[in-house]
Design a protein around this ligand. Sequence first.
Ligand SMILES: Cc1ncc(COP(=O)(O)O)c(C=O)c1O
Length: 496
Amino acid sequence: MYKLDQNQTPLFDALMEYVNRETIPFHVPGHKKGYGIDEEYRNFIGENPFKIDVTVFKLVDSLHHPTGPIKKAQELAADAYGCDASFFSIHGTSGAIQAMIMSVVSDGDKIIIPRNVHKSVTAGIILSGAVPVYMQPELDKTVGIAHGVSPKTVEETLKNNPDAKAVLIINPTYYGVSTDIKKISEIVHSYDIPLIVDEAHGPHLGFNEKLPMSAIEAGADICAQSTHKIIGALTQCSLLQVNSKRVDKQRVQQMLNLMQTTSPSYILMASLDCARRQIALHGKELLDKTIDLCNYARREINKIPGFYCFGEEILGGAGAYAFDPTKITITCRDLGITGYDLDMILSNKYHIQMELSDLYNVLAVGSFGDTEENIEKMLEALREISLEYYGKGNRKSDFIDIPAIPEQIQKPREAFNSVKTSIALVDSIGMISGEFLLAYPPGIPVLCPGEKITKEIVDYIERLKSAGLYVQGTEDPKVEYIKIVKPEDAVYISVE
Ligand SMILES: Cc1ncc(COP(=O)(O)O)c(C=O)c1O
């Protein structure tokens, strides 16, 4: 099914050649194959990583202007993922997302995005000078999380903004829930604009039929994937995939060159090269094993009093179309403790570290690296925690419906660059916010920089606080004060 021989690892091979030649290094980095490095650090890490920690030269190629092994390695990645072009990012998916946004929109262009984007999307919008038009994601009150945006929301937002230059969606969510991305892709393409996807949590999707459809399979034009999060590349390694005539690949390369260091780590890039080989050749069976383990964990967790771990039964509503079983969301509302408490108990008492926690849940990320033994240890810990807490606390209250998206007065870039001053939240009605304000759960901004603060929002924040729910984002941790754009310094740019 692949056009190229996926057994190849051209970048890793070039580095092995450099090592086998016993090259004498008069190049940076200055540790020179580890001879000049701190002894304790070297003793811990071992010698091999230093031998391939090199810089840009002909044998190992250049990430900014690839013509040799990096070019070949990227072509192999494109072949494995079934797309036109693949770019290595060693600035994580954050860097890839910023480059992706700047490739498709520029100053003043409208881009349609979900309200609950990762901060790298906000950064991309600030850097590009684009104007965001927000879509509200679908919310699930039982587990207190946001799903994806529905096709209907995309359709309506496009109808109201036919001049938008691109649509960005997050798919799947951190919790492994996918929207009907194929339908969304058709809707977006009926306007002949690109669908760009934050697929941070989906670099494994195209490699097992039990997983939701990948962005590229669904017809997305460009997507960014955290290879380091789910499949075997080192931290910071991501892939930016392009499969479209609507996206200029030269511009993508230029934007990545703007965002990325001129001294990219070859240790990281070689891990991307090898992770691609691993998923291309062995992804199916590795994922089968991972899915079986995670489904086993889910079944067992659901037998423990006080815990709930959702599976496919969560699907059917808007924004929840397909489910990635490798995500294990453990809801502890009925145990009477918060997800934050559970996270701390697991970490401090059992030395089990979860990926994230929120008011109702902790999230365990499943991957090729999991073992039956580790899954059993997690289950054993959860059983003990249940015995200790079940029946003693109160179920945490439902989250409160979030207010309407307020009026956008300034573009995110203008708000970011404006002079700001701090005032009491109660006195801020009618002012322009200089900060984010997010409600947890469901982790969605009620205010973004550049938006008008309304009475409805201020009242909502007070209700959240008195219900014991969380609100975050302001520099003031108690959210009694908020930074506003100084009225005399505000630049009001009309956002059409
Ligand atoms: C939805 C989403 N997008 C983007 C990112 C950024 O990815 P990275 O950490 O690889 O920069 C994250 C990180 O958690 C994320 O959850």
